[in-house]
Structure formats: C-alpha cells, structure tokens
Design a protein around this ligand. Structure first.
Ligand code: SF4
Length: 233
C-alpha cells in the first residue's frame, strides 16, 4: 500500500486537548498575538484577493496603489479593467485579480459588509463564499481580521503544519481543513492559532526541511517523529 494511502487510513481526528497543548507550546515559543480588529471588511476582502500568489510586501504595494488611484470602492467597480490592472500590477497576476475585484464589487452592489459584525458567523461565511472567486480562506480573513469573529484562515503554512501535526486528514481539501480546525479549536483561540501556526511554518516547520530536532511540538507530531526516527536509522 502506498505511504500516502496508509497515512490516510491510519488518520484519526485528534482530541481538542491536543490542539490546546499545541497552542500552549507555540505560545511559549512565540508569545501570544493580540488581534486588533479593524472593522473594514471590504478593505480586507480586496486585500486578501490581492494577497493571492504573492508575498505580503507586493500585496501591500498593490493595495496602496489601488487606494491612491481610486479612493472609493465604487470607483474601482466602475473603472476600466485596464486601469485597475495597472494600479495593482506589483501584486502579480494583475489581470485576473483586477477582474476578480471588480466582479466582487459588482456583486456587492454597494454593500459595505458592515452587517457581518452582528450576523451569525455561518451566515457571513456563506455570503462571502458565494461571491465570485471567494473561498473559505478569504472569507475567514474577512470575518476574523475585520471583526474578530471566530473563523480560522488556513493558508499554505497552516495547512502544511496542521497536516504534519495530524490535525487534518492527509490530502484533505482546504475546505475540509478549515472545518477540522474550527471543530478542534476554542473559538477564542482562532487568531492565535492562525498566527502561531504561520510563524511556526515559516521559522521551524519549513516546507522542504522542517527542523524537527529543535521543534517544541515534536512529541505531539506524528510526522516529526517519523522523520526523526528515519534520520536516526
Ligand atoms: S516536529 Fe517537525 S514536522 Fe512536526 S511540527 Fe515540528 S518541525 Fe513540523
């Protein structure tokens, strides 16, 4: 049986206590991040679209240029596609992103999304995910960063580290990983888990060469234990 199939069959959903233990270890390693919700869901939505397939710096440059060129979202919606594309070019795949942003703004038709703050999280998530090109990660970013609502964006770092830690079924689609993390985490830990798992993915649990020997999660991590056992043979 192939290794991936074996891992999938062997996977069992972890106890919530394990996620709490992971949170505590990461808190000891990186501190406890504090969320300051900014109350600007539409800004967050556009920013998250701009973050696709690029780094934070290029995303921020593209966003700043877009806001400078078009101070109001209605102006972005009505502008020629070429002008929006030109403004966000530093963020990469600008034609696609410009079209996506305009499609979202047209679908919203002037809705500033402020109602998300008091709506049930599930309703807000469903509404956002029905917008053109918006998936679970983008919806979670809007809900969490705008209003501190308990949703957890699963980006590539969170997905990789979470899979290695056994939180997600190996090979699980991203939407399933979002559901798993929400089911496992205390809602109050949403922001902390998101940030801490990203930090850990960047600093220690790298994609190509995770530093399991110096990882504070080693005894909680099936993949880390497999790797260290294989390395010691
Ligand atoms: S033990 Fe290794 S694989 Fe597991 S979380 Fe730590 S660095 Fe990643």
């Amino acid at each position: 049986m192939a290794r991936a199939t074996k891992l999938r069959k062997a996977w069992r959903r972890p106890e919530r206590l394990r996620v709490t233990a992971i949170r505590d270890r990461l808190r000891a390693a990186y501190g406890r991040p504090e969320l300051a919700p900014h109350g600007a869901p539409l800004d967050e939505l556009v920013l998250t679209v701009l973050s696709q397939n690029t780094n934070d710096r290029n995303r921020d440059v593209a966003y700043a240029r877009l806001r400078e060129r078009f101070p109001a979202w209605g102006e972005v919606r009505e502008a020629p596609l070429d002008e929006v594309e030109e403004a966000i070019r530093p963020g990469g795949i600008s034609r696609i992103k410009a079209g996506r942003i305009q499609a979202i703004l047209r679908a919203l038709d002037g809705d500033d999304l402020a109602w998300l703050e008091t709506a049930p999280v599930e309703d807000g998530r469903s509404f956002l995910c029905a917008l053109p090109g918006v998936g679970r990660k983008t919806a979670a970013c809007v809900l969490l960063f705008s209003y501190g609502l308990p949703d957890i964006p699963v980006d590539t770092h969170v997905y990789r580290v979470g899979t290695r830690l056994g939180l997600f079924r190996p090979g699980a689609p991203f939407d399933e990983a979002h559901d798993e993390l929400l089911a496992l985490a205390d809602p109050e830990d949403a922001y902390e888990l998101h940030v801490s798992l990203i930090r850990h993915g960047r600093r220690t649990c790298n994609a190509r060469a995770p530093r399991c020997g110096e990882c504070p999660l080693l005894d909680l991590c099936p993949e880390g234990q497999r790797r260290t056992a294989a390395a010691s043979k």
